[in-house]
Design a protein around this ligand. Sequence first.
Ligand code: CA
Ligand code: CA
Length: 686
Amino acid sequence: MLLPVFTLKLRHKISPRMVAIGRYDGTHPCLAAATQAGKVFIHNPHTRSQHFSASRVSQSPLESDVSLLNINQAVSCLTAGVLNPELGYDALLVGTQTNLLAYDVYNNSDLFYREVADGANAIVLGTLGDIPSPLAIIGGNCALQGFDHEGDDLFWTVTGDNVHSLALCDFDSDGKKELLVGSEDFDIRVFKEDEIVAEMTETESKNHAMSIHAYDLNSDGVHELITGWSNGKVDARSDRTGEVIFKDNFSSAVAGVVEGDYRMDGHIQLICCSVDGEIRGYLPGTAEMKGNLMDTSIEQDLIRELSQKKQTLLLELRNYEENTKAELSSPLNETDGQRGVIPANTKLHTALSVSLGNETQAAHAELCISTSNDTIIRAVLIFAEGIFVGESHVVHPSMHNLSNSIRIPITPPKDVPVDLHLKAFVGYRSSTQFHVFELTRQLPRFSMYALTSPDSASEPLSYVNFVIAERAQRVVIWLNQNFLLPEDTNIQNAPFQVCFTSLRNGGRLYIKIRSSGEITVNTDDIDLAGDIIQSMASFFSIEDLQVEADFPVYFEELRKVLVKVDEYHSVHQKLSADMADNSNVIRSLLVRAEDARLMRDMKTMKNRYMELYDLNKDLLNEYKIRCNNHTELLGNLKAVNQAIQRAGRLRVGKPKNQVISACRDAIRSNNINTLFRIMRVGTASS
Ligand code: CA
Ligand code: CA
C-alpha cells in the first residue's frame, strides 16, 4: 500500500482550487494557497527565520513557517511560475474579481498590480502560440486576457460564457501551445492565440472534481490522471483504461493537487491539500510494489466483481444455447411467440424528420426506428451528449403497443451536431431474449428547423450578407447535411431561397443564394446567424470571410447596455471618492476621540465614538451599494463582451479577429458609433 511520505497539518483553511507551488527564491519550493478573509499564505518549510518588512506580507501568528500575504479581497484564482525568465525565480499570481497581482515573494514587492474589469475566475501561466514571452492568462466575464511580466496585456479576446478553468497545451501537436478554456455553459474551447480552433460540449456532472493533475504514480513511465474530489477522495486513474490504481481519503474536500520536491531531496512528490489545511506528499511506487499501490482487499473486490461478470456471461451463453436448441428441434413451428431467434436477414431502419407538433405535443425532431419484417422492437436505448437528462434515454412501449416501429421525439437544446448511439432490442412479442442492434446516427446541427413555405410578411429584418465562391449545388449539399429536409425537397439552381421555422420559438430563418454567389441569411437570432456562418465556413473550408450584418433590435439593446455601463462606472467613481472622504473623517474622529481620552474628557470622547459608530454604519451601507453596483456592472460588461464575441462569430479568420480587436478599441475609447459600425460592416474605416 502506497503511503504518504510526509503529512503536514497547517492551521489555515485552504480555498478550493487555489493552491500553487513555486520556487519564489529560485531554489526552495514553497506552497502558496488562498485562505479565508482575502489572504494568501506561503508555507516555507526550508528557511526558518525570514523577516518581511513591507506591508503586504506578515508573519502568521499561528505558525512560524507560514507568511501571510494580504490581498484584502476574496481571492478568485492563484498560480505560480516563471513570468519573467530573466529573474530566475517564480512569480506568484493572485487574481480577484477586480484585480490581478503579480508578486515577487522573494523581494516582497509587486511586479505589477492591474485592474481587470472582467474579473479573474481562472488563471494559467505559460507561453501561448507565437507570443514569445510567458503570459499570465486570466479568464473572467466572457473575456480572456494575458499579461507579460511588465503587466502589459499582449493578449485579449472574448469567449462564449464565463470562464471557469484554463489550461495550456499543444492541442494539435504543432509545437506551440493552445489555450483550453472551460466555461459555465459546459463548452471547452481551444484557442490558437485569439482564434477558436475546436469546440467541445460537455454535460453537467454530479461529482465535483476540485483539482486534476498528471503524475506517474506507479512508475511505469506513463502519467496517471490524479483527481481530487469535493468529498475528500483522491484517486489515480490509468489514462488507458480509466481503472483506479490508487486512492486515498481526506477528512475534508480536496483543495488542490500539485507536485514538487517539497523535501528538497531530488524526488518530486505528488502533493495533495485539503480545505482544512492537511497536506500529504506521495512518492511514486517503488519497483518492489510492481504497480500494486492499493491494499489487497481492493484486489479481492476486483476478483468478486470479475466472477460476477463471469456468472452473467455464462448465463447469457446458456440462453443462446437453449435458443439454438429450440430452433433446431422445431424448425417448422412458425407461431409467433414460439420463436426465439429473429430471421437472419432482419434489418433495422432509422429515419430522422421534423415534426411541427400539435395541441398535445410540442414541435420536435423525430427519430423513427423500424425493422424490415414482422419482428417487434421491445426497447430502444439512446446515448447522446447533452440531449437527455443523464445522457441516456430508454423507450419501451407497453405490451399492447409493441410493433415493428418506434417514433422517438428528440429536442436538442443547442444547435450542435450530436451522435445518437442506439441499441434496439428486436424479437417477438413473447420473446424472452432479444437481438440487440447497435448503430449510430448523427443528428444534423440544425435539426430543430422545419422547412416552411416563405411569405414575405414573416421575413426577419436582421440579416447577414456575404459572398462565397461556391456553386449553388454545393450549398444544397451543405443544406442537406445540416438540416432535416423532407425527402421530396427539390432545390433548383441559383438563385433560390429556403425558409425555415425554428421548432424552439417559431422564429423564421431565410437563406437566399443569388447566382453571383452572394448569400443572405435573414434571422433575428444573432447566435443562429453565427452558427450558420461557422458551419458553412468549415464545410467549404473558407479561411477568411468578411460579412455585412445588421441586427437592429439586438444592437438597440446593446446601446442601452452601454449607457448603463457608463452610469455604473460613474456611480463607482463617486462611491470610491465618498469612501476616501469618509476614511479621512474616520481618522480625524479617532484622533480627536483619543485626544479627549488623554485629556480625560470622557463626554467628548464618548460623543466622538458615537459619531464614529454612526459613520461606520453608513460605510457598511455604502459598501453594500458598491457591491450591488459592481454586480450590475459585471452583468452588463458580460453582455458587452458577449456582443463582441457574437459580432466576431459572424466573420471567419482574419476579419473575425479584426472585428474583435476593433470592437475592443472602440469600447476603450468610448466610441459607440464606431463600435456599431464595426459590428455592421466588419471594419472601423469607411
Ligand atoms: Ca499547437
Ligand atoms: Ca504511471
